[in-house]
Design a protein around this ligand. Sequence first.
Ligand SMILES: [Zn+2]
Length: 86
Amino acid sequence: MSDYAVGFARPDRRWGPPEEQAASWHAVEAHRPADELDGEVELAVCGAIVQVWGSQLWERVGAGRAGCPECRQQTGAARDTPAVRS
Ligand SMILES: [Zn+2]
């Protein structure tokens, strides 16, 4: 099982459709402990460029409304999320 750090997409780095911009939290595959990655700019699993926020837990924020749906899907955090409409 992989561990995931939480990355935050800063407003000045966001792109994409508005509904995507509401999802500010992304999962970053943690090849190092999350607190070591804190503050680093990394590539999220969905491909977004994010800054790691070491104090957040992906299992917690990824399940919330602000979590990136694509990151959720790819990390399996989306257990009871409604199907994504096309
Ligand atoms: Zn994402």
